[in-house]
Design a protein around this ligand. Sequence first.
Ligand SMILES: *[C@@H]1O[C@H](CO)[C@@H](O)[C@H](O)[C@H]1NC(C)=O
Length: 442
Amino acid sequence: MAMSRTSHLSFLVILVLASVAAAEIRFTEIRSDDRPIIPFDEFGFTHSGRLELNVSHISFSVTVPDSELGKLGFFLCTRDSWLQVLEQMEDAEISCTLQSDLIKKVFTFDKFKGDKSTFNIVFPQIDADQYTLVFANCFQNTQQSLKLTMDVRSAMYNLEGKSSRRDYLSAGRTILPRIYFLFFMIYFALAGLWFYVLHKKRLIVYKIHFFMLAVVILKGLNLLCEAEDKSYIKRTGSARGWDVLFYIFSFLKGIMLFTLIVLIGTGWSFLKPYLQDKEKKVLMIVIPLQVVANIAQVVVDENGPFGQVEIAWKQVFLLVDVICCCAVLFPIVWSIKNLREAARTDGKAAMNLMKLTLFRQYYIVVICYIYFTRVAVFALETITSYKYLWTSVVAAELATLAFYVFTGYKFMPEAHNPYFAIDDDEEEAAAEALKLDDEFEL
Ligand SMILES: *[C@@H]1O[C@H](CO)[C@@H](O)[C@H](O)[C@H]1NC(C)=O
């Protein structure tokens, strides 16, 4: 009993940790599984939702008497009612989740007609809310636990409009294809603008500026694939094809973006033409970690958020992401330190103060960007109602866009041209500012 309580609780934790409903047609193979609770997938239903469940090759490790078959079955449950079900179990009002009146029973194994190894069912779900499809195994046997084997195909969708077209995207995500496309257009325009800037100022362009162009283009292509991927899932329930392109671009974009942050942080190409050893080391840590992070992302996305392997991968992804985010900050800190030292020695106070301010701003903006896209968006995702899940996507994309625009604007060709004229007053003021700065720092 104690063990089953922990597993019920851990299911709750998983529910909270699991990312927003992926909702595609899913095939899950359950093999000799004795978990009392097996979560499958989560979906936001509208008032015309459907759950299509096709289960085949069902077999048990021990024989279950017919009278006990009602203790095995699928049900739908919201997060809130799951908490109440847990309370009911705690108070011993019920001994099996399937007995609770707070869940929606989809199919229990005492409903078999004839063949006991397979069933197909379409379950109309007319209460709009976010539900998780769960299998409960409450069969208790004194000698050994029941191990279950079955193939499960689950499809959840909402019917749209008069034509009753199927929409396989969860209620809060159904407008995502349009949102991604809109952002693609914005990046497309940005890439055009950047290209124009590079062309116009071609005499003072550094290598890093072409790198930035590549990052913007990749980000745009990534969004385009994501839009196409999501709209294909929306229509058909599966993503075959587009997701591969999407993963390739995500992968390239992830690596390039982190590399770009490191390169800008080191001042490569506009402060100095080379990378120091320790800066190279940061890149050598970040790039392979991004590879790992992307593999983890693919595993989680492709297999649904509830598998045991996927949860481990999800943790890998979070860990790797945190390490990458911390690692990219080091080069910026080193640059700030170098600039402060240079300011003391080479006497070009105004110039150095300007660069110093620029790098400090960049440092803060990188931290805000990382914090917002990792922590704030996650929090938003957790607190918003399932109907407005798209808002967290919009928030993350807006933050990313702001970060790109800031980076582009601040490190534009000429933005800190070393040959610009400085008069003596400015130079003196800057020297004073730097001195003050030193006192504060030390
Ligand atoms: C699943 O079951 C539903 C309902 O019986 C049926 O219409 C559908 O064709 C089945 N799908 C598959 C892939 O067997």
